[in-house]
Design a protein around this ligand. Sequence first.
Ligand SMILES: Nc1ccn([C@@H]2O[C@H](COP(=O)(O)OP(=O)(O)OP(=O)(O)O)[C@@H](O)[C@H]2O)c(=O)n1
Ligand SMILES: C[C@](O)(CO)[C@H](O)COP(=O)(O)O
Length: 231
Amino acid sequence: MNQSFKCWAVVPAAGVGKRMQADRPKQYLPLAGKTVIEHTLSRLLQSGAFQSVAVAISLEDPYWPELEISRHPQIITAPGGRERADSVLSALKSLQDNAAEDDWVLVHDAARPCLTADDIHLQIETLKDDAVGGILALSSHDTLKHVDGNSITATIDRKHVWRALTPQMFKYGMLRDALQQTEGNPAITDEASALELLGFQPKIVEGRPDNIKITRPEDLALAQFYMEQQA
Ligand SMILES: Nc1ccn([C@@H]2O[C@H](COP(=O)(O)OP(=O)(O)OP(=O)(O)O)[C@@H](O)[C@H]2O)c(=O)n1
Ligand SMILES: C[C@](O)(CO)[C@H](O)COP(=O)(O)O
């Protein structure tokens, strides 16, 4: 990708995958002949959009060193943290000697292996001149309800509610500062929420619905289906 600015990728991959109920963290489960994380990292590397990919890996992770991709020249490893945001900040810090303050960083979950190069390039082309950056997101095709307990209290206008995906694309310095200023805040479940808390309004770019996050056991079969469709 011939571009006048630099992009870096950050991949939080230090989770334990509790909701997956598997014998290993979900990023190491087999999917279409490789592990989930190998698919995710291959897609980022093959897009040609990134200088390097900084991957946050748990200090207790015995699986990562077994993967050949862990030795890829464009892969940098950083220690994971207690929460996803801590892992992202750790990976950002591993880029501090190379990334400039105004370089773009795209943060992408290791658990989202179906990301396409088209969506990566769409997001970069759409946001590359934006002052803040933004996220891939999905609109809702269903009616949305506000619920209290198991009772509906309101119907929400679906044009105002979008599901956040990754990558989430922000300037290196702005993202690092936002995550540092919101460190330890449990409300920060994605990068955009840290920027929002500081008063910024990240943009949304409508992404593909097959960019799913593998979260529960049934998601693996869906990811396999999507990969077969993409092929
Ligand atoms: N302390 C953490 C927690 C999560 N993640 C990563 O953030 C991504 C999205 O998080 P999630 O889907 O919640 O993964 P887990 O935390 O592993 O899942 P669970 O909540 O079911 O344990 C995953 O790639 C996960 O590896 C991370 O790097 N560091
Ligand atoms: C970042 C994210 O993928 C946006 O939808 C999501 O928040 C990560 O999963 P988690 O379960 O919230 O950690």
